[in-house]
Design a protein around this ligand. Structure first.
Ligand code: ADP
Ligand code: MG
Length: 243
């Protein structure tokens, strides 16, 4: 169970996250939607302290972190229990697919090299990229690069996987294979928090959809309800605009 309370982030005087409360059950898939600039990426980045929130509490498993009192070791522990999939893949250009997946296992999780390599090869098999193990990102398609990005996050076996618009940077031809891989991740009962503009995918994969606007959660409901019977006027307007 993951619990977020009062998560607040300001850049200078602008409040980008305004006291966000969100609970995510074990194995639950929560999709976040909303207009651009409303704080969706910041929410994900504050959950694992890639951006440090000014206040709020995050609880993941037995770990409880208060933004105002967080120590370096709290933050490290939080980052170990989450895995991030970035819009732009964020792969190391000078490392092969396999080495990209091994990197955090070896440096952050302190896994012995041989074990990390074994884990990386098993993830590459699951992502259908065994034959690309020794390829550098520049030799991979966008879809393959993002599958490595997702594989790297899968390899960490963390409690929570965070996806920030994982298909937004892709040419349309590669979107399908990345969504397919995310469906496979979901089948493993992995807890997932996903920001996406792929509404059809959201309807299909989400247990719950959260609509954000101006740094707040405006509405949260199962997809049939949120898309079929939106209550808030801002959500209605947003859905009209994207349809
Ligand atoms: P979304 O992902 O919903 O498009 P973001 O979380 O990226 O929105 O951004 C929310 C707001 O915070 C935007 O107004 C953005 O300009 C601002 N913002 C994001 N990151 C920074 C930063 N590092 N410094 C200053 N402002 C930022
Ligand atoms: Mg964003």
């Amino acid at each position: 169970m993951i619990s977020i309370r009062g998560l607040t982030k300001r850049f200078d005087k602008t409040t980008v996250l305004n006291a966000i409360d969100l609970d995510i059950a074990d194995g639950e898939r929560v999709v976040v939607i909303g207009p651009s600039g409303t704080g969706k990426s910041t929410l994900l980045r504050c959950i694992n302290f890639l951006d440090r929130p000014q206040s709020g509490q995050i609880q993941i498993d037995n770990l409880q972190v208060d933004a105002k009192k967080a120590t370096k070791s709290d933050i490290l522990a939080l980052q170990r229990s989450t895995a991030f999939v970035f819009q732009n893949y964020a792969l190391f250009a000078n490392k092969t697919a396999k080495e990209n997946i091994m990197e955090a296992l070896v440096t952050v999780q302190k896994m012995p090299e041989a074990a990390a390599e074994e884990r990386a090869m098993s993830v590459l098999a699951e992502t259908g990229l065994t034959d690309k193990a020794d390829s550098y990102p520049s030799a991979l398609s966008g879809g393959q690069q993002q599958r490595v990005g997702i594989g790297r996050a899968m390899a960490l076996q963390s409690s929570l996987m965070l996806f920030d618009e994982p298909t937004s940077a892709l040419d349309p031809e590669w979107v399908g294979e990345v969504l397919d891989l995310m469906r496979r991740v979901a089948e493993r009962k992995q807890t997932m928090l996903i920001v996406t503009h792929e509404m059809q995918f959201a309807k299909e994969i989400a247990d719950r959809v959260v609509f954000m606007d101006e740094g707040r959660i405006v509405e949260a409901a199962p997809p049939e309800q949120l898309f079929g019977d939106p209550k808030d006027e801002r959500l209605q307007r947003f859905l009209r605009r994207i349809n």
